[in-house]
Design a protein around this ligand. Structure first.
Ligand code: NAP
Ligand code: ZN
Length: 351
């Protein structure tokens, strides 16, 4: 298969900084769209993956799954997009398209889903490479339309941080009567607050950081609870219908379960791995409470979210960076020193 060599940023080992390297993009096949990448958001998952936190990374890795760009070329069989369209690619670039999950618009739960990076690229028999690159070629079924009224840099984080919180908000029927809490004010957390507030819910933030209270309220939270203050946690007992927990590292879920009301659900989207300390089942049983998980969202649901953002004028709060500053950005993200998502201006890779 014919390929084009393009510039990218990635790493060849867990310890090494990200640096410029070259990757190959396939020529468009009949159903493919070729996209010139304008902006790419920086997700905490990019950092986990680059550093092999989940023990599954194959190197080299080129992260990035919050991609916004312009269509430069389309295959002969493409019907949804044309040259010049403003489009986006999120965390998925392929799936089997035939299993029960794919048929139900839940491609993210397809056993053969292909991640935008670190997945298996059947065309080139290599790893897929993500959006820290000049361009990408994607099957039109996994390309999304971006509302032209929104800032293209600000909409990039919607492709992961947005959909990852939107999908559980929708699945657990969050609306005007709902009491929602969000754990952690980072990339996912700030989108969760904006989206839950836009759905009409009463929104509370749990944060370790006292210096985020003002921001959280400006983003749409009605209340902030400092999670390290035991008295504040106890006062919140039995209050929430849905909690979206975005914390990236192992932490005690039990205090949060205590703040769920009867039938309430704590949805873990941040941490991947065994719990420590263990979950105590008594409060679950005594209140028919659930602890659940959720992975990104399907293609139709992501388009629904982009359209919702277009209608309600919602974008992410971002700090625009050059690709050359990505390693510094990772260190700052680890210290929660970003308001509230880094987005890479991909022009910086072209120069
Ligand atoms: P982020 O921007 O770094 O935000 C994480 C927030 O968690 C921080 O701002 C901080 O908020 C809080 N936190 C609590 N304990 C922490 C600790 N020990 N270290 C750092 N932060 C801590 O990360 P993100 O991009 O939102 O991603 C959050 C997690 O979701 C990551 O693990 C990522 O891999 C995962 N993720 C999952 C999915 C999915 O489909 N399930 C999709 C995307 C990302 P406070 O200061 O307010 O406490
Ligand atoms: Zn992500």
């Amino acid at each position: 298969m014919k390929t084009t060599r393009v510039k990218a940023f990635g790493t060849e080992s867990p310890e090494a900084d990200l640096k410029q390297l070259n990757i190959d993009r396939r020529e468009v096949t009949s159903k493919d769209v070729s996209i010139d990448i304008l902006f790419c958001g920086v997700c905490h998952s990019d950092l986990h993956f680059a550093r092999n936190d989940w023990g599954m990374t194959q190197y080299p890795v080129v992260p990035g799954h919050e991609i916004v760009g312009r269509v430069t070329n389309v295959g002969a069989g493409v019907s949804k997009y044309k040259k010049g369209d403003l489009v986006a690619v999120g965390c998925l670039v392929d799936s089997c398209k035939t299993c029960e999950n794919c048929k139900a618009d839940l491609e993210q739960y397809c056993p053969s889903w292909v991640g935008t990076y670190g997945g298996y690229d059947k065309h080139l028999d290599t790893n897929t490479h993500g959006g820290y690159s000049e361009s990408i070629v994607v099957d039109e079924a996994f390309v999304l339309r971006v509302p032209e009224n929104l800032d293209p840099a600000g909409i990039a984080p919607v492709l992961c941080a947005g959909i990852t919180t939107w999908s559980p908000l929708r699945y657990w029927n969050v609306g005007k009567e709902s009491k929602v809490a969000v754990v952690g004010l980072g990339g996912l957390g700030h989108m969760a607050i904006k989206l839950a507030a836009a759905l009409g819910a009463h929104v509370t933030l749990f944060s370790r950081s006292t210096n985020k209270i003002k921001d959280a309220k400006e983003l749409g939270a009605h209340e902030v609870i400092i999670s390290t203050e035991e008295a504040q946690m106890e006062k919140a007992a039995g209050r929430f219908d849905v909690i979206i927990d975005t914390v990236p590292y192992v932490h005690d879920l039990n205090p949060y379960v205590g703040t769920l009301g009867t039938n309430g659900t704590l949805v873990v989207v941040g941490y991947l791995g065994p719990l420590d300390p263990m979950l105590v089942t008594v409060p679950l049983i005594m209140g028919r409470k659930s602890v659940a998980g959720s992975l990104i969202g399907g293609i139709a649901e992501t388009q629904e979210l982009l359209d919702f953002c277009g209608k309600h004028n919602i974008t992410s709060d971002i700090e625009l960076i050059k690709i050359q500053d990505i390693n510094k950005a990772y260190e700052r993200m680890l210290k929660s020193d970003v308001k509230y998502r880094f987005v890479i201006d991909m022009k910086s890779l072209k120069n």
